[in-house]
Design a protein around this ligand. Sequence first.
Ligand SMILES: NC(=O)C1=CN([C@@H]2O[C@H](COP(=O)(O)OP(=O)(O)OC[C@H]3O[C@@H](n4cnc5c(N)ncnc54)[C@H](OP(=O)(O)O)[C@@H]3O)[C@@H](O)[C@H]2O)C=CC1
Ligand SMILES: O=C(O)C1=N[C@H](C(=O)O)C[C@H](O)C1
Length: 256
Amino acid sequence: MSELLPVAVLGARGRMGAEAVAAVREAPDLELVAALGSSDPLDSLVAAGARVVVDLTVPEATYDNVVFAVRHRMHAVVGTTGWTPERLGKLGTVLAGAPATGVLIAPNFALGSVLATAFAATAARYFESVEIIELHHPDKIDAPSGTAVRTAQLIATAREAAGVPAAPDATRDAPDGARGAGIDGVPVHSVRLRGLTAHQEVLFGSPGEQLSLRHDSFDRASFMPGVLLGIRSVAQHPGLTVGLDGYLDLQAGTSS
Ligand SMILES: NC(=O)C1=CN([C@@H]2O[C@H](COP(=O)(O)OP(=O)(O)OC[C@H]3O[C@@H](n4cnc5c(N)ncnc54)[C@H](OP(=O)(O)O)[C@@H]3O)[C@@H](O)[C@H]2O)C=CC1
Ligand SMILES: O=C(O)C1=N[C@H](C(=O)O)C[C@H](O)C1
């Protein structure tokens, strides 16, 4: 019988962390060696012999957690939001000192969401207008969602590469927030509503037509296949990968 892969979960008592703990426990090829909360010391990851650390904490803690993991040659699978370009750059420098170590930062682990974002990036160049609406449970502490930020960034990059002009918008006068947050020039509107889990709609418009790309996570179970794929694959992807699409061959529909 082959050895089990030792996995630790940070933020283990949170909404996502608890679901991930259960998923790792149920996986026949993985062993949960640590499940840490906010007051547990990171040093216990070393004593537990973790090979892969799953971070599902809060934006203010995730950077230090991942740097700790990398410095101890543990791979990291990260779902936590708050990864600014500056933080990613600093992490890249830390990773340069541990070239065999892999870090996956996945703004969204749900495969449908990953696909919807990829479809949005493909559609981005063909429409005059684009706006994003993200809708989440009201206990979420950050807005816009990490998924919406990533989607906006990919859309903006695709539009810039294709030379698409800025979307038309004659608004001259609007109260603060009425046109959403401008993420790389893409308006992002955040809804927080009891009863929701995690949802996103990307709206594209051109004269006489609209394309809507909507994804709904009704349950956190939707994130677990992606979390498990990340855990099982991260060691084969040294360095930094942003987005679970980096582990998927979206053209062929296979994973690597
Ligand atoms: N990529 C994806 O697919 C998904 C990502 N997320 C993201 O994951 C993150 C967690 O979401 P969610 O589970 O809903 O949040 P919760 O608030 O339910 O859980 C967060 C956990 O983080 C822990 N925590 C708080 N402060 C610290 C700290 N300073 N150091 C270490 N741990 C800390 C808490 O531990 P304790 O309880 O012990 O105090 C808490 O259990 C968010 O950034 C969210 O956006 C969420 C869903 C899907
Ligand atoms: O906090 C959440 O719930 C979620 N967070 C991630 C995000 O900010 O995009 C992923 C998903 O939307 C759920």
